[in-house]
Structure formats: C-alpha cells, structure tokens
Design a protein around this ligand. Sequence first.
Ligand code: ADP
Ligand code: MG
Length: 215
Amino acid sequence: MKLLQQGAEAKIYLQDNKVLKDRIPKSYRHTTLDNKIRTSRTKREAKILTKAKSIKANVPSLIHTEKHILTIEYIKGDRLSETLNSYPKDKQISIMKKLGRQIARLHKNNIIHSDLTTSNTILQNKALPNTPNSKHLTPNSKVYIIDFGLSYISHKTEDKAVDLHLLKQALQAKHFQNSKQLFTAFLQGYKSKESKQILERLEIVDSRGRYKHSK
Ligand SMILES: Nc1ncnc2c1ncn2[C@@H]1O[C@H](COP(=O)(O)OP(=O)(O)O)[C@@H](O)[C@H]1O
Ligand SMILES: [Mg+2]
C-alpha cells in the first residue's frame, strides 16, 4: 500500500489500482464523537459519489466503505492544479469547457461540490497505443471531479453560485496568467437555459466577495 497524499483530513493510499481515503483521527475531539464524525463524513462522500455516478458525471466509482475508510477507483492522470498552466492555451480552454460541462451536470442534479479547485480535478491520462507512458492529451481525455468530502445536495441558486465563485477564486490564485479566459471557457461549457439565474447570482456573490476584501 502506497501513501499518495497526506492531507489535513485524510490519508490517501493507493492499493491495487484503488484509492483508500482514510479520515484521520483528530486528537482534540473526544474519541467517540471523532469516530462518529469520520464515519458519517465517509458515508456522505460515498452517497454523493454514488449519486454523481448515477447521473453519469466523471467521478471515481465507489468500491467500498468501511467505517472511516472510503475505497474508490483510482483515476490515473494529473491534477489540473499541477499541469494546467503548462499546457498550450487551446488545450487549457478545451479542458475548462469540459470542466464546465461536468459541473453543469452536477448542478442540474443539485450536487454542490463545495471545494471546487483545480486540486480536486484530474485530467485522465489514457495512454495512446504504442506509447504506454504517454502523457499526450487525446481528444477524449476526460476531466474527473474528485473530493466530495464537503459536498451536499441543494437546489438553491445561491449555493450553486457560491460553487462557481470558489472556482473563479481558485483560478485567480493558481492560474492567474489567464484566469479570466479560463473562467470564460468554463462558463461556455457550463451555460444552459437553466443557468441564467445562477450566473446572475454569481455577480452578486462576486461583489459580496470584493466588498469583504476591501474592508
Ligand atoms: N480517485 C482518485 N484517483 C487518483 N487520485 C486521487 C483520487 N482521490 C484522491 N486522489 C489524490 O489524493 C489527493 C487528496 O484526495 P482528496 O479526496 O482531494 O482529499 P482531501 O480532502 O485531503 O483534499 C487528491 O488531490 C489526489 O491527488
Ligand atoms: Mg482535495
């Protein structure tokens, strides 16, 4: 079993092409309560993943849950947080459009991700035939959404707008060279008849953010 990542909430292990997300104990919480919290967050993440899969969003398949350990499909690829900036512009744009379509699908089904950053997106590397280690982007490279640890179900326009606002901020922080263009591309993928109200609300949420920062 290989430790892939150690976060504040969880340790992520890779085992036989599966990812184990093991929520770690917090010593400042009483053990009984701590166990309950870790188990209930694991269950919730599993529930949302199942729902997201059922609406055919690109998310890892759920394999198993046991207490505080979530076992899911390993997505071979790169986190966009690490690689997006190094791609040619047109690739970056097409990736963001794909991400927009994915998030639209989640929102249409009232799934709020709550932690939309490029660290929680993986661009799947499908090796091309004859180039087993190829990192080339094939036209059908899929953008996967991961980390539903803070996700919840809501039909509210406000909640969906906040999701978009967080992504916009994440782009400004990590992909500032062309964050505007990236977000515009994202919106091209995201937009639909139903999204009009959400985008109107986004302007309000954005301006609220600006007000807070200027104080
Ligand atoms: N299904 C997966 N396939 C591949 N890598 C994953 C998968 N799930 C998580 N990871 C890796 O582990 C990291 C942390 O997992 P994540 O679910 O985002 O937990 P955290 O709450 O600690 O951010 C991710 O950024 C990613 O690099
Ligand atoms: Mg994460």
